[in-house]
Unconditional design. Structure first.
Length: 224
C-alpha cells in the first residue's frame, strides 16, 4: 500500500470500500496525515441490482448472486442481497468464486439450477475477467447483471454501478488543489454519488430477453 511507503508525499485515492475501516484515513471529515481521496458507491448498491434483476425477468422466482469469499466485504454484500430478495419474495442462491476456474464453475452451476438472473457482486477478481464473464453468460444463456459498464461493452447484458469518471474527476480536483499548496489532512474525503445503468440490446436478443420499457427509459446508455 502506498500509504505504508511514505508519510510525507501526498496521496489521493479512489475506492469503493470504507477508507476508515481499511486504514486509509482516521476520519472522513478530517483525514490525518498525507492521505485523502474519494469513495464510490459500490457494495451499498448490490441490493438495487437484485431489484433490477426482478424487473428484468419478473417471472423468475430464483435469483443467484456471485461473491468472492476472499473479499472482506463479501458477507456484507450477501446480507444486503438476502434482504432485498426477501423483500421481493425471491429465493436467493449464493455462489462463490475466488479463482478463474471457480468463475467458470459458477456459471455452469447457475445454468444447471435454472436461476432466472445471475447478479455479480463487487470484486477486483471479477473486474479482471470482464470478457470471460460476458462470454460465459452468453454461452450458458444466463441473463447476468454486473457492476461496471465495461462488462456491458464487452457483451454483457446489463450493468448498474458507480460512474467511475465522476470519482476520478473529483480525485483530479483534489490533486490540483494539493499541487497548489493545500494539505491532504485539510481536504475531507468526498463521496462520488453518480451511478449509471447500461443495457446491451444485442445481448438481450441473443438471450431471448425482452427488456421492459421501464428499464430502457431509465438507462444512461443502450447498446444496439
Amino acid at each position: 500500500m502506498a500509504k505504508n511507503a511514505t508519510s510525507t508525499i501526498p496521496i489521493v485515492f479512489t475506492t469503493g470500500s470504507d477508507p476508515v475501516r481499511f486504514g486509509l484515513v482516521t476520519n472522513l471529515a478530517r483525514p490525518s496525515g498525507n492521505v485523502t481521496g474519494v469513495t464510490q458507491l459500490s457494495v451499498e448498491i448490490l441490493p438495487k441490482r437484485i431489484e433490477l434483476a426482478h424487473e428484468l425477468v419478473p417471472t423468475a422466482t430464483t435469483i443467484a448472486v456471485l461473491v468472492n469469499p476472499t473479499d472482506p466485504l463479501a458477507d456484507f454484500e450477501v446480507r444486503g442481497a438476502q434482504a432485498a430478495a426477501l423483500t421481493l419474495g425471491l429465493q436467493l442462491q449464493v455462489l462463490r468464486a475466488s479463482t478463474e476456474a471457480e468463475i467458470n464453475d459458477a456459471f455452469t452451476a447457475v445454468a444447471e439450477m435454472r436461476a432466472g438472473v445471475f447478479v455479480i457482486a463487487t470484486s477486483v477478481l471479477f473486474n479482471g475477467h470482464v470478457e470471460q464473464m460476458a462470454a460465459l453468460a452468453t454461452r450458458h444463456l444466463v441473463p447476468t447483471i454486473y457492476e461496471y459498464r465495461q462488462f456491458v461493452t464487452a457483451g454483457g447484458l446489463l450493468s448498474y454501478g458507480p460512474e467511475l469518471t465522476d470519482s476520478y474527476r473529483l480525485a483530479g480536483v483534489y490533486t490540483g488543489r494539493i499541487l497548489t499548496g493545500e494539505r491532504p489532512a485539510e481536504l475531507p474525503v468526498q463521496q462520488a454519488t453518480k451511478v449509471e445503468l447500461l443495457i446491451n440490446l444485442k445481448t438481450a436478443k441473443a438471450l431471448g430477453i425482452t427488456v421492459p420499457l421501464s428499464l430502457l427509459g431509465r438507462a444512461d446508455e443502450v447498446i444496439e
